[in-house]
Design a protein around this ligand. Sequence first.
Ligand code: OGA
Ligand code: NI
Length: 345
Amino acid sequence: MEMKMEEILLSSWFKLHPSVPSSHIQPPESRPGELLVAASSKTIPVIDLGRCDDPPPHDTLSLIMKASQEYGFFQVINHGVSEELMEDTLNILKEFYDMPPKEKIAESSKSPNGICKLYTSAEVYRKDAPQYWKDTLRHPCLPSGEYMEFWPQKPERYREIVGKYTEEVRKLGMKILKLVGEGLGLTADYFCGELSGSPVILAHHYPPCPQPNLTLGIPKHKDPSLVTILLQPQGIHALQILKDGQWLAVDPSPNALVVNVGLLLQIISNKRLIGAEHRVVTNANTARTSVAYFINPKDKCVIQPEISLITSTTPPLYKPISFSDFRTNFLIKGSSIEADLLYHP
Ligand code: OGA
Ligand code: NI
């Protein structure tokens, strides 16, 4: 029987269930379990981008490289994206998710081939697998403005606000990628062309969950991006990263954005930088909306270890793959694509 998106969207039905339905219960080994977070000192680095004149090793470049090597994750403050715009962006997405199901679906189904879409659980719907506690709106946000005519037109200011936000967050992303290029000993504009030419936005919505210990918002994964920049609300601990066998909760710093190394940057850097595994847990009290900006390559880009980083002692770890094949495989297999790309698994 064909299920209607209107009915399966989590935001349409979660209020009707006093407990997590069996469709959304994760197997015991993937449940959140006891949070193994150590002292608060063991959290991801917070990097102040407003202090560019500090000498090494406390300059921005060194701090970003260190965090990307040790954690694959960091938060940035004084990053240039205005606080008001961050608030407006979270608010407009909350408004989007508050619209009636039919309207949400209509507003996110304007593109002919599903490049803009709203889905529940995961991008590929697997009826028989355990589902995740979230809905996601996904669409491209190209610097050229291409495809913007397919973005939601409601809430009324959606295109204006999300357009402005993605423009500003792109500037931040390029600044970080320039530093990373430099830090790897490549040219500063190494990542600035087609490798970062196809950004997308994923606006997630995690409704309150009656039994957070039974389910997950997003399972353990690495991002299929070069770099991801995440906007998340204050006061909710939902994002966790796996570091040395422990899950660390990311404590949202005031006005910060979270930056993480994606699997593509891990491959191109031949693992000098690491894409950290992370997941999202749910909470019983508050709906959470987060906005992930994925810096992605154009489809035709070939992703492989950069040749100038290859030496006799650091041979290439990964086989080349086009980004379009990478994405197709990632949708089917998830992060396990990493093992398939290794020359010597
Ligand atoms: C993602 C992701 C984290 C969050 O979109 O890949 O990890 O907090 N999101 O929503
Ligand atoms: Ni992620």
